[in-house]
Design a protein around this ligand. Structure first.
Ligand code: FE
Ligand code: CA
Length: 512
């Protein structure tokens, strides 16, 4: 489409420019002529509604400004002539001038177009889609995680944006990285500076970090054309987050609860999530996908116990260790049970870290994975077995690599043993632009050695960036692993690296 091509070319230049805070006073005029510099987005679609998002780009003197009047509209056509919903939603400084609207009264399984008006200007025109009503015959999702702005261009987001047939994009976290410039990707190598230059730890820091990421033309475009369902991982907060702290949090970053609250607030300001008033920091939620699948989104970060120190097997084995927290775990079990009883063909778990076990001795690859919480993992496996819950796919981010795995309670059990039979599958999506898992040669050798002893790992590729395309029909899941040739230059190119299929009832991924 001509529009997206134009944005693409302009964006290559725009992404090299400084954030508006660096502008001089005489630039304020041209600034006010571009109120929608962070684009538009949509998310958390339901059959009758969808969240719409935009932001009024704030001038340098934003503290002196009150709420700005914004009008939104949803139409059936791209020219916005057949309007089906509209209203007012002010952009307020208390929300960093972000605007979120829960646009209702829509029809299921329909494409819609939307835009915002403010100050005599119109935002880019967004495209979105409501979830289908029960009776859908197919769904197509793109799955993404781990986008590191200074480490690489968001070419993989561009690949997702180019698609015209997606129902939604699942984002499984590491949407931003909190690190200071140079810690994990640096602005010197490709000129993508992650403002603030220091580590993000305050509300102002996180907001600025989101603003920089959302200045990226590929990220703007993928948000403009597809609804997202997102959940955070650790780097929206701090590396290896747990409920009471993080590996990358110390006294210099102040009080943990304050930092976590700031990270959460900036996240829900900048992402098109439907917030539940009074529910605190709750991000877990579920979606009924056309009667074909139930999508269950988990937050494994703000609820988990602290990661154990590597090698501390006694602490690792603690029977009460939790990843989800009691409330979320009970909710998960209720959703899985209800989904099965209501006869949904598939259950999709959107979450962050590798669920499958890799070591027969229970020594996790890193203590941050589900294998680092064996009791919590065991409770899920026991529940699946006891309730005879089948046809579940765990959808995972975090690992910066592509995996297809069959999940069995004991994948090393004797052939024919009941607990050696797989009861779910797991699909791990590669990183959008973070350094791939195998970038470190020593770690690559270690992971491949672990993989050699894990017969249930059907596919592992840790050399490339990309995303997964997931097709869902009543009888099968199909996962296509797409990769981009590089993230060091800005280009629009991708190829399919692998295809795995899971026939319903099999709990096995098979190369196709
Ligand atoms: Fe990551
Ligand atoms: Ca992570």
């Amino acid at each position: 489409m001509a529009t997206s091509r134009r944005i693409f070319l302009r964006g290559a230049v725009a992404s090299a420019l400084a954030w508006p805070l660096g502008l001089h006073a005489q630039d304020a005029g041209s600034l006010s002529s571009r109120l929608f510099q962070h684009g538009v987005a949509s998310g958390d679609p339901l059959p009758d509604r969808v969240m719409l998002w935009t932001r009024i780009t704030s001038p340098p003197t934003r503290s002196a400004i009150g709420p700005i009047a914004v009008r939104w509209l949803v139409a059936e056509d791209e020219k916005l002539s057949r309007i089906v919903a509209q209203g007012d939603a002010p952009a307020a400084p208390e929300r960093d001038f972000t605007v979120k609207v829960d646009a209702g009264g829509l029809r299921p399984g329909r494409q819609y177009f939307y835009a915002f008006d403010a100050g005599g200007q119109r935002s880019p025109i967004g495209r979105t889609k409501t979830l289908p009503a029960d009776g859908a015959t197919r769904l197509r999702l793109a799955i993404a995680s781990c986008a590191n702005y200074p480490a690489g261009y968001f070419n993989a987001y561009r690949g997702i944006a180019n698609r015209t047939d997606l129902d939604l994009v699942l984002h499984l976290g590491d949407y931003i990285y909190e690190f200071a410039d140079g810690v994990y990707g640096d602005s010197q190598s490709i000129g993508r500076a992650p403002l603030p230059a220091g580590e993000a730890s305050t509300l102002a820091d996180y907001r600025l970090r989101y603003a920089i990421y959302r200045s990226d033309p590929d990220l703007q475009e993928v948000h403009r054309v597809h609804p997202f369902v997102v959940v955070w991982d650790d780097h929206e907060i701090a590396n290896d987050t747990w409920s009471g702290g993080a590996q990358n949090h110390g006294a210099a970053q102040g009080d943990w609860a304050t930092r976590l609250a700031a990270a959460y607030r900036a996240y829900v300001e900048w992402l098109p999530i439907r917030e539940t008033p009074g529910a605190g920091m709750r991000l877990y939620r579920d979606f009924r996908l056309g009667g074909l699948a139930d999508l269950i989104m988990l937050d494994t970060r703000s609820t988990r116990d602290r990661q154990v120190v590597t090698g501390n097997l006694a602490e690792l084995a603690g029977p009460r260790r939790t990843l989800l927290g009691a409330a979320q775990e009970a909710w998960l079990f209720d959703r899985l049970r209800t989904s099965t009883r209501e006869g949904a063909p598939w259950r999709l778990l959107g979450q962050q870290m590798l669920f499958a076990a890799l070591s027969p001795k229970g020594q996790p690859l890193t203590p941050d994975l589900w294998e680092g919480y064996p009791a919590a993992r065991r409770r899920v496996l026991d529940f699946l077995a006891a309730e005879k819950i089948r046809d579940m796919a765990v959808l995972t981010g975090d690992l910066h690599s592509s995996w297809a795995v069959d999940v069995a309670p004991n994948p090393w059990g004797a052939a024919g043993a009941p607990d050696a039979q797989p009861i779910a599958v797991e699909v791990v999506t590669p990183a959008i632009s973070s350094p791939p898992l195998f970038a470190d040669a020593a770690f690559r050798a270690h992971v491949l050695q672990v993989r050699a002893g894990a017969p249930h790992v059907k596919y592992l590729s840790g050399d490339a960036n990309g995303y997964v395309l997931l097709d869902v029909t009543r009888d099968r899941l199909q996962a296509d692993y797409f990769v981009v040739p590089t993230v060091r230059t800005h280009l629009d190119m991708e190829s399919r690296a692998a295809r795995f299929i899971c026939e319903r009832g099999s709990a096995r991924l098979v190369s196709a």
